[in-house]
Ligand binder design. Structure first.
Ligand code: CP
Length: 334
């Protein structure tokens, strides 16, 4: 593995999940692998889970870790090529990424969308320029469009907790579990990265995958249709009626996102989409999932989040092992 920015870098996801579960069982088995290697974690946006879980994963592998909040602690960065730098930006990303690559063996980058221009956001300029100019492997800590470590952690969680145990989801065998990704209301404009990413991972997993959201919240079809892998040619089932979608679900994954079509707009704040006990009663005793952070009593009611059906901490713990298995594979390829 060279870089890790999407499911397309993951290879066989069943094998990757199995390897992650081995890392979880024996977290220090590869403690020598990362000796004298340094991971740089570069944040242009806030983080709790990604920052701490990726550090913990690197430490389990014996790596040193450097963390920098580049947006607050570094020089202001220019990303466009060929500009006259007579404005606020003091340093070009070519030099910044190149320099960080001199200090680190692997670099993680978090860069959210700016919501000014969909095409620019979806080009993932910052992440791609780190890949272009750093000269070392780059892992995405959430880009404008995708959050692959979160999705891998989510798939590990589903594999562990699925009601029809067939670990690691043997190809086409056994009863598939039903996974429903549901939009939920939120007061702020949020990216589409988590739902885009979850969708493309679920389309390659051995599950029945349904997305439910109000009209206008359709995701970019590049992420809700699969052209490769096990589900090549398959698409997520979109159901606009949330109650209908939740029927028989084994996992309910709630997440807010802003509109992709009317880019960055909040089209609905309908509280009827919040996940409550009444909604969960429509399911097949489903587990409740969310990537966190979550707004209580906006996205999900306390009664669900504080109940045994909530597996959000289990998901958060698996962020360590999703990062660890990927870092292990990259270290093995250095
Ligand atoms: N789920 C997730 O990525 O959390 P943070 O934004 O806190 O890293």
């Amino acid at each position: 593995m060279k870089h890790f920015t999407s499911v397309n870098d993951a290879g066989d996801i069943d094998k990757l999940v199995l390897e992650a579960l081995i890392e979880k069982k024996f977290p220090f088995a590869n403690k020598e692998l990362g000796r004298n290697k340094t991971l740089g974690l570069i944040f242009l946006n806030p983080s709790l889970r990604t920052r701490l879980s990726t550090q913990r994963a690197a430490q389990n592998l014996g790596m040193d870790v450097i963390v920098m909040n580049l947006d607050k602690e570094g020089w202001s960065i220019e990303t466009k090529d060929g500009v006259v730098m007579d404005g606020a930006a003091a340093e070009h990303i070519k030099e910044a990424a190149g320099v960080i690559g001199q200090y680190c063996d692997i670099i993680g980058v978090r860069s959210f969308p700016k919501f000014q221009n969909r095409g620019e956001d979806y080009s993932n300029e910052v992440l791609n320029k780190f890949i272009q100019y750093s000269g070392v492997p780059v892992i995405s800590l959430e880009s404008a469009t995708l959050h692959p470590f979160q999705s891998l952690a989510d798939l590990i969680t589903i594999t562990e907790l699925r009601p029809h145990p067939s670990i690691p989801s043997p190809r086409g065998e056994g009863k598939k579990c039903k996974v429903v990704l549901t939009w939920a209301p939120h007061p702020k404009i949020l990216p589409q990265a988590v739902p885009n990413s979850f969708s493309e991972w679920m389309l390659r997993a051995n599950v029945d995958f349904v997305i439910t959201h109000p009209e206008g919240y359709e995701l970019d079809s590049r992420f809700t249709s699969s052209h490769s892998g096990r589900s090549g040619g398959a698409s997520a089932k979109i159901i606009y009626n949330q109650d209908e979608a939740l029927k028989g679900a084994d996992f309910v994954y709630a997440k807010n996102w802003s509109s992709y079509k009317e880019y960055g707009k909040i089209l609905s704040q309908d509280k009827n989409w919040m996940i409550t006990n009444k909604k969960m009663a429509l399911t097949n005793n489903a587990k409740f999932m969310h990537c966190l952070p979550v707004r209580r009593n906006m996205v999900v009611a306390d009664e669900v989040l504080d109940s045994p059906v909530s597996v959000v901490l289990h998901q958060a713990k698996n962020r360590i092992y999703s990062a660890q298995v990927v870092l292990k594979k990259i270290l093995q390829s250095l």
